[in-house]
Design a protein around this ligand. Structure first.
Ligand code: ARG
Ligand code: ZN
Length: 883
């Protein structure tokens, strides 16, 4: 079942051209495919090997002649043709059933329209094909269907012909001028409308941009269109990359497994990442749309023009494209704080989700060595850690050095399917740097730990930092070799000012206040000279490497960094360290039944940050946001979710009690009256104001409850409305207040029942509510608006409860695990990819107390024993059970 990277062999045959004809019908769609193929003399594979799944084969012809039964076989999803000529035309006709396809992979129906999702291996559900990314061909696609039911017929590339057919049918013929792997194939057919415009590229060439949605949603496409235009301009300016097509389309679909898909010229998106207007979308949604539209657009070069040789190289395109979309969002905000805020948000995700993946049974390198089901490897490691790896080249080579590397990468590999090593070689060769050891970031899993010790010598005015690295064992990798780790460092004096650095043995640019230490051995000492007084080190500035940094800061030093560090990331980090230290201590106190206390040093540090008007509201919001319960859990060998929850809630309510006046001021100072705009400045204000509101309601008081109620009633946008409703729902006060909250929740549903994306928020809010237990989730699943077959809806309730409500999910009676198992089993039948995602909620079962472990193991076993388990789910639960 397992597939290994080392077993790669080049395809036996290349495909030069593909012509496809679709007769679209939800019950039975007829697909005719003609491909011209030629033998690859360099391959050891002599047969034609085609993959196919859930297909009915109607015809198989070579050069117009039916292939004899004795010359081919179909076994385990592989159609193998023996004794094929070196050059041939292969005709294949298949019959498929799009309406029955609930996996949302291949060709499927959503709301009576047709859509495709072919990455990673969905094309094989449309026809037999060498469905692997190193086989690149030119496609021509003829779509035929009922004109009334399917007035719009789209595929990749350019529309070259269209017209009517007898019997109320019509056709459209599309030609993609670029060679592409099958995973980038797409078609869309149905009743859709579009917002479009002609856009002028920097070169002067005009291109047609379209955003396609269902009728009634044209009032929600402007932001996606704006984001697309910003993306096109940004790639021209930052990387010199131009749109290579005359037409670029985005289509929104409400049933979609992931965020979006970069099909050549025809990006298909989850509605969540397209549709927005002030009354249905929050600031977070607006930002998400901008980054996903950017991400998919940027794939046109990093993914499509240069693609992956095999799926083990997935991070080649995903890590790089995430890095590009992160930079895009940061550049769009433009300010230094804006960049830092974006960086902090990205790192928070990495630490919360990827570090935990790296420490569990599904840990894998950025370039995995094996997998059972590739869809399980669209992970935070491939995407987010992959992006951090790309960012380290950027840190090591500098802005211009990185750009040179990118230029060389395209110069060498445009039109090719390549490996992660080729990207590293382009970076090394363009800069003349030795990046051999850097390869370990691709081959070794696990989160490295960097321990730092400092010493100051007054007499010689030298300051030394000794860095040592280690990396915990991960499945299949017990011993790790040292990584090449860039550690950006600054030193602060007692006034909080940066020192100009002299690093012994390394030429530092004059007046440099940050240097990048390159840690390549297990242990290394770096010496700074001319340091007049003992400084406070600011280590791993801007999070220069995806590692855990261990340094014994005193509270006083952290307070100093929080108040002064010129590196905004580390300034925030200092506050998080102060909070984490206390959360760990409080959790231990809860476990020991001791009284809980919060010291004034911490409260005052947060107070002065909250009240510092020179700081951007978005930065203040981040500092005031405590490490999540999941983050606190990572600090413990054995996790007690209820104790962590209680400790964190205690901290929140104590802060509220002591900062009440400051929070109220922050609330009032950051109102954003007038017309809604999602720009960074207004969003930052709303963010801080709504954080203040959520704190204020931690302390039972009628006045603050009324404040939230008023905000809910009078909100002019979804950001404010949802924030108020969330605060009201989690308020624990009188029965009278509880009734008001419940009514607000009902009103919200009534007001937005026609907006699926808002109803998702309604379920999500309840899935994560503090009072929601497994029984409540089961009750909500009976709501007429709930369905497991829509991935967004399934995620909004089931995933949010299992992944983001830890103290309830891990209830002592095992009710959360029983619900989880029921859900995974039910989803497995409908949609294996989504089921396997949910299956991962129990990855870390070994980290919990014995009594919980027993119940989790039983739940995992129950899933593993289910008949007809998909390999997606099987892989996840098998690996968890083996840990
Ligand atoms: N390439 C897409 C993106 O990163 C994700 C598609 C993943 N699809 C899947 N079935 N795993 O934007
Ligand atoms: Zn991607």
């Amino acid at each position: 079942l397992t597939i290994y990277r080392k077993d790669y062999i080049a395809p036996g045959f290349w495909v030069d051209t593909v012509e496809m004809g679709f007769d679209l019908d939800p019950i039975a769609t007829h697909v005719a495919t003609r491909m011209t193929m030629r033998r690859n003399p360099e391959s050891s594979e002599k047969d034609i090997v085609l993959f196919g799944e859930s297909l009915k084969l109607l015809q198989l012809r070579i050069n117009g002649v039916s292939v004899k039964k004795s010359s081919y076989s179909i076994e385990n999803g592989i159609l193998r043709i023996r004794n094929a000529p070196d050059e041939l035309t292969l005709d294949i006709e298949t019959l498929i059933q799009p309406a029955k396809n609930t996996s949302l992979s291949g060709l499927y129906v959503s709301n009576n329209n047709f859509f495709t999702q072919c990455e990673a291996e969905g094309f094989r559900k449309i026809t037999f094909f060498p469905d692997r990314p190193d086989v690149m061909a030119k496609y021509t696609v003829m779509l035929r269907g009922d004109k009334k039911k399917y007035p719009v017929l789209l595929s990749n590339g350019n529309l070259i012909a269209e017209g009517d057919l007898p019997g109320g049918r019509h056709f459209a013929k599309w030609e993609d001028p670029f060679k592409k792997p099958s995973y980038l194939f797409a078609l869309v057919a149905g009743k859709l409308v579009c917002q479009q415009e002609k856009y002028k590229l920097k070169s002067g060439r005009k291109v047609l941009l379209q955003v396609w949605v269902e009728d009634g949603n044209l009032d929600k496409t402007q932001h996606a269109m704006d984001s697309l235009k910003n993306s096109i301009r940004w790639d021209e300016e930052r990387f010199g990359l131009e749109l290579d097509l005359d037409r670029f389309m985005i289509v929104a679909v409400s049933d979609f497994n992931m965020g979006a898909m970069e099909n050549k010229g025809l990006n298909i998106f989850n509605t969540k990442y397209v549709l927005a207007n002030p009354s249905i979308a929050t600031d977070v949604d607006y930002a998400g749309i901008e980054s996903v539209v950017g991400h998919e657009y940027f794939h046109n070069w990093t993914g499509n023009r240069v693609t992956c040789r095999d799926w083990f190289q997935l991070s080649l395109k995903e890590g790089l494209t995430v890095f590009r979309d992160q930079e895009f969002s940061a550049d769009l905000v433009g300010t230094a704080t804006g960049r830092a805020v974006k960086r902090i948000e990205d790192v928070r995700l990495l630490r919360q989700v990827q570090f935990s993946e790296d420490a569990g049974p599904m840990a894998h390198p950025v370039r995995p060595d094996s997998f059972v089901e590739i869809n399980n490897f669209y992970t935070v490691t491939i995407y987010e850690k992959g992006s951090e790896v790309v960012r380290m080249y950027y840190t090591l080579l500098g802005h211009d050095g990185f750009r040179k590397g990118m230029d060389l990468y395209f110069q060498r590999h445009d039109g090719q399917a390549v490996e992660c090593d080729d990207f590293r070689a382009a970076m090394a060769d363009s800069s003349g740097r030795n990046l051999k050891q850097f390869e370990r970031w691709y081959s070794q899993a696990g989160t490295p730990r960097v321990k730092v010790e400092s010493s100051y010598d007054k007499a010689s005015k030298t300051y030394e930092l000794t860095l040592s690295q280690s990396c915990p064992a991960t499945p299949g990798q017990s011993k790790k070799l040292p990584f090449h780790i860039p550690v950006a460092v600054g030193l602060l004096n007692s006034n909080g000012k940066d020192l100009v650095l002299n690093l012994e043995g390394q030429a530092t640019p004059s007046k440099a206040t940050t240097v990048v230490l390159e840690l390549t051995s297990a242990k290394q000492t770096f010496r700074f000279t001319g340091v007049a007084k003992k400084p406070v080190p600011s280590i791993l500035r801007n999070f220069s490497a995806p590692v855990v940094l261990e340094y014994e800061y005193t509270d006083e030093e952290l307070g100093h960094l929080l108040a002064h560090d010129s590196d905004a990331f580390n300034r925030w980090e200092a506050g998080q360290r102060l909070a984490m230290r206390r959360l760990v201590k409080l959790t231990k106190s809860v476990l020991q039944g001791e009284a809980l206390e919060l010291d004034s040093m911490f409260v005052e540090a947060l107070r002065s940050t909250l009240n510092d008007r020179t700081l951007d509201p978005s930065f203040r919001e981040l500092v005031l946001t405590l490490p999540s319960e999941a983050m606190v859990a990572e600090e413990f060998k054995e996790v007690n979710p209820q104790a962590i929850h209680q400790a964190r809630q205690f901290m929140r309510s104590s802060l509220t009690q002591q900062l009440r006046a400051d929070l109220l001021t922050a609330y009032e100072e950051n109102l954003t009256p007038g017309k809604y705009s999602p720009d960074a400045v207004s969003a930052a204000k709303r963010g801080l104001k709504n954080l203040a509101l959520s704190y204020l309601l931690e302390w039972p008081e009628d006045a603050t409850f009324a404040l939230a109620k008023t905000q809910f009633d009078e909100a002019q946008n979804m950001t404010d409305r949802l924030a108020a409703l969330t605060a009201l729902t989690n308020f624990s006060g009188s029965a009278k207040n509880a009734k008001v909250s419940a009514q607000a929740l009902q009103k919200f549903f009534r007001d937005f029942k026609k907006e699926a994306l808002v109803i998702d928020k309604w379920f999500m809010l309840q899935g994560t509510a503090r009072t929601t237990d497994a029984a409540k989730v089961r009750e909500l699943m009976k709501h007429p608006a709930f369905t497991l077959s829509n991935p967004n809806r399934a995620r909004s309730l089931a995933f949010s409860f299992c992944n983001a409500n830890p103290s309830r999910f891990h209830a002592a009676d095992g009710s959360g695990y029983a619900l989880w198992a029921d859900l995974v089993v039910a989803l497995n039948k409908l949609n294996p990819q989504v089921a396997a995602r949910l299956a991962r909620s129990l990855d870390r079962w070994r980290k919990y107390p014995k009594a919980l472990q027993v119940q989790m193991k039983a739940a995992l076993q129950r899933v593993a024993d289910t008949s007809k388990l998909s390999k997606d789910v099987l892989e996840v639960v098998t690996k968890a059970l083996a840990s």
